[in-house]
Ligand binder design. Structure first.
Ligand SMILES: Cc1cc2nc3c(=O)[nH]c(=O)nc-3n(C[C@H](O)[C@H](O)[C@H](O)COP(=O)(O)OP(=O)(O)OC[C@H]3O[C@@H](n4cnc5c(N)ncnc54)[C@H](O)[C@@H]3O)c2cc1C
Length: 394
């Protein structure tokens, strides 16, 4: 195959989660053909909520999808942290107009299926994108002027370059970074979604509410224009099953939250079936691009969810990747390095700070007292300043 042939081939994207779809769309908007190779038999997201910090809306604005995402989202009036044991308010950060004026973008929460659905529809409506299911990527070969991907079936697909958007257990990362399995944090998340009418009137809160307890926290917020109510309960445990989206043990959950506020226990007990996730992350790295292959989203920088940023960072990645590729389409290895250079310190900071926030949420004893004192003393403007590094840019 002669030099330059690769230029006529599509970009290959391994994985059609939020990261893969938004990367496909951002590249197609720049005029590049893309094939998305998804291992499952469909493109879907799990049934749970997702918080969207103002930074994701900067990225969404650049690809024209901000209003569509906001159409089905919920805009909480505040982020409030309460003590799970006493119920007292530890801190409140007002959202709404004041926060939007500060960060220049809104804060919203949405259903995963809703945001993924917007990306999927956008991709389906773009003739440069081919969405392909039952394509499990097993390995790749970089030929210098193009790449070949080998599927689990043994079939081979050629592309101009490869972007690994294959999540926490990325196969592509194994070949590029080779840093073994993700780090298991010892934290478990139970998630469930209720219909609004299933939530007792006195427990439904329009705001984002987080109960911080010893080695636990419990988050609740409305979804889908207020029609649904999202619950996430996190606790420390060595109970570990690899993978995710597994049915949880309700008694185990109640045991970890025993002694917490009745509002917490009553909501936990409303749920018949919880799904649980074993939370993992990795140490930050700065070598996730090599030749014509790069990584994006959880494949590149998996993080704990305590800053609620994995999908936001994947979306920022996608927009920056498309920018860098469009800036030097004839030197993709350089474009991928420029993308990595743009992203690695910001995403590393989110990876590290997410762990710190986890420590804060789950603090006990004097550490919890110190947290309450520090956070309780902040004004709204100080709270905005403290998170501006994340919410105020992309
Ligand atoms: C409890 C919890 C709460 C969270 N809350 C938030 C939040 O509030 N806000 C936020 O921004 N983020 C949040 N996150 C993080 C967010 O969910 C992830 O960071 C984000 O979904 C990552 O997207 P991704 O596309 O990189 O990976 P994934 O969503 O994992 O998608 C990977 C895709 O690749 C496919 N795939 C995997 N291997 C292969 C293969 N070999 N070949 C082909 N396809 C393959 C998979 O089937 C999947 O479709 C949360 C995460 C958890 C666990």
């Amino acid at each position: 195959m002669g030099q330059g042939h690769g230029r006529d081939l599509p970009f290959l994207i391994a994985g059609g989660g939020i990261g893969g779809l938004v990367a496909a769309y951002a590249l197609a908007l720049k005029g590049f053909p893309v094939r998305v190779l998804e291992q499952s038999d469909g493109f879907r997201e799990v049934g749970a909520g997702i918080q969207l910090g103002p930074n994701i809306f900067q990225a969404l604005e650049k690809i024209g999808l901000k209003d569509e995402i906001l159409a089905d989202a919920w805009r909480p009036g505040a982020l409030t942290m309460r003590c799970g044991l006493s119920g007292k308010v530890i801190t409140t950060m007002p959202l709404g107009a004041k926060a939007e004026a500060f960060f220049k973008q809104p804060y919203a929460v949405t259903h995963r299926a809703d945001i993924h659905g917007v990306f999927l529809k956008a991709c389906q409506g773009n003739t440069l994108i081919s969405l392909e299911t039952k394509r499990e990527v097993a390995a790749f070969l970089d030929h210098g002027d193009r790449v070949t991907v080998t599927l689990a079936t043994g079939d081979e697909i050629e592309g101009r370059a490869l972007i690994g958007c294959d999540g926490l257990w990325s196969k592509i990362r194994e070949q590029i970074v080779g840093d073994g399995k993700p780090r298991v944090s010892g934290h478990i998340a139970y998630r469930a979604v209720l219909k609004r009418e299933e939530v007792p009137e006195d427990l439904w809160q329009p705001d984002m509410l987080l109960y911080a307890g010893p080695r636990t926290h419990f988050v609740q917020y409305p979804l889908r224009r207020g029609e649904l109510y999202n619950l996430v309960a996190v606790f420390h445990s060595d109970h570990y099953v690899e993978g995710w989206n597994t049915e949880g043990d309700n008694q185990l959950l109640y045991d970890h939250f025993k002694g917490q506020q009745p509002q917490v226990m009553r909501l936990l007990e409303r749920i018949n079936v919880w799904r649980f996730w074993v939370l993992c992350d990795r140490e930050p790295v700065k070598n996730w691009s090599k030749g014509r292959v790069t990584l994006l989203g959880d494949a590149a920088h998996p993080m704990l969810q305590y800053l609620a940023q994995g999908a936001c960072q994947a979306t920022e990645d996608a927009v920056w990747l498309a920018e860098k590729v469009a800036a030097q389409p004839n030197d993709l290895p350089a474009a991928f390095l420029a993308y990595q250079e743009q992203r690695y310190l910001r995403t590393a900071r989110v990876q590290i700070m997410a762990r710190v926030y986890g420590e804060f949420f789950h603090a006990r004893g004097p550490t919890a007292e110190l947290r309450d004192q520090m956070l309780g003393a902040r004004t709204a403007d100080q709270a905005y300043d403290s998170i501006n590094w994340l919410y105020g840019s992309m």
